[in-house]
Structure formats: structure tokens, C-alpha cells
Write a protein that binds this ligand. Structure first.
Ligand code: GNR
Ligand code: NI
Length: 180
């Protein structure tokens, strides 16, 4: 049995901002992608758990497909969700603000305001249509992952001032790493 915790699965390198792959719109998964997605999902889960993070979208590992994984890792029982072609089917008018981070902007956090509750439709690993009604952290995480599939990062929800502050720090950190 293949374990979902990444013990026997190769990890994927996570792309850091700024990078064009994070700004591109990912394309929907179709039947011909079944094998690609079957191979990709365990690696995405392993990479997310190892990071650690509570979500990971395929563009973050340089794959331009509408695929994401989520596990809030609350308590000690894993609750993995694999999302194929996810869509926000409904969103509450009520908004909620919470601090978000992103594995593609490591070490940077900011308050992001989004719909407080969402209904998300997606295909599961078996190609079955599923629906989740989420609030709280799960609602924020699902919207954050679907944003990635549209080339949107959490900093794109901030004022230009805050966004540029974070992106400039990212560039500075990258230059320091390159010259180290
Ligand atoms: O690990 C993550 N934490 C997080 C916190 C609040 C809202 C969204 C997230 S997702 C993020 C991992 C990530 O970058 N997913 O794309
Ligand atoms: Ni992210």
C-alpha cells in the first residue's frame, strides 16, 4: 500500500514567486491526463506534508493542470482532499479576514479578505463529481488553491503597497541566496 505521508514518494520542487508559472492559468484536466494526475497526486501530497503546508496547487510544482491537494491537518488524523477541476459554485456575501501564507512565498504572511463560506465542486481521484461546503480555514484554503489555478497569489488580494513590499523582499532574499 502506498502511504500518503510521503515516506516512499519522491518530493517535487516548489516554485517560488516571482515565476511566470505562478501567473499562468492552468488548463482543465481531461480524460487523457488520467495517468499524469494519478502519478502527480501522491507526489503533491508528499510535498505538501513535508513542507509542511495545508494546501498545494499543481502550478506550484510547475504543472499547468487544474489540480490541487488540501489537508488542514487538524488533530492527528489525516484528512486529504484531492481536487480536480475545482470551481467555486457559490460564495457567501459575508466576508472573512484571516492571515494567509503560501509555500511559494515562504516566510511571508498577510491578512486576506475573502467570502466567509464557499461551495466548491470538483472531481475526486475516481473522476466522481463532489461538492464541499466550507467555512473558516478550509474555505480560505480552497479559495487560495483555486486562485493558484487562475494564476492568482494571496498577495494579489492586498494593496499594491503591501504586495510590492512582500515581492521586493522575495527578490532580495533570492538575490542573497544566489550570491551566497
Ligand atoms: O500552508 C498554507 N497555509 C495557508 C494558510 C491560510 C490560507 C491558505 C493557506 S494555503 C498554504 C499552502 C499553499 O501555499 N497553498 O497553495
Ligand atoms: Ni499558496
Amino acid at each position: 500500500m502506498r502511504r500518503m505521508d510521503g515516506a516512499d514518494v519522491p518530493l517535487l520542487p516548489i516554485v517560488l514567486a516571482p515565476d511566470p508559472v505562478l501567473k499562468a492559468r492552468a488548463r482543465p484536466v481531461r480524460d487523457a491526463d488520467a495517468e499524469t494526475v494519478r502519478a502527480l497526486l501522491p507526489r503533491m501530497f508528499a510535498t505538501m506534508y513535508r513542507a509542511p503546508g495545508i494546501g498545494l496547487a499543481a502550478p506550484q510544482v510547475s504543472v499547468g493542470l487544474r489540480v490541487a491537494v488540501v489537508d488542514l491537518m487538524e488533530g492527528d488524523k489525516p484528512a486529504p482532499i484531492a481536487l480536480i477541476n475545482p470551481q467555486v459554485a457559490a460564495a457567501s456575501a459575508e466576508l472573512a479576514t484571516r492571515e494567509e501564507g503560501c509555500l511559494s512565498l515562504p516566510g511571508h504572511y498577510a491578512d486576506v479578505t475573502r467570502p466567509a463560506r464557499v461551495k466548491v465542486r470538483y472531481l475526486d481521484v475516481y473522476g466522481m463529481g463532489q461538492e464541499i461546503e466550507a467555512e473558516g480555514l478550509l474555505a480560505a484554503c480552497l479559495q487560495h488553491e483555486i486562485d493558484h489555478l487562475d494564476g492568482v497569489l494571496f498577495v494579489d488580494h492586498l494593496s499594491a503597497l503591501k504586495r510590492n513590499m512582500i515581492l521586493r523582499r522575495m527578490l532580495k532574499e533570492r538575490r542573497q541566496k544566489e550570491t551566497a
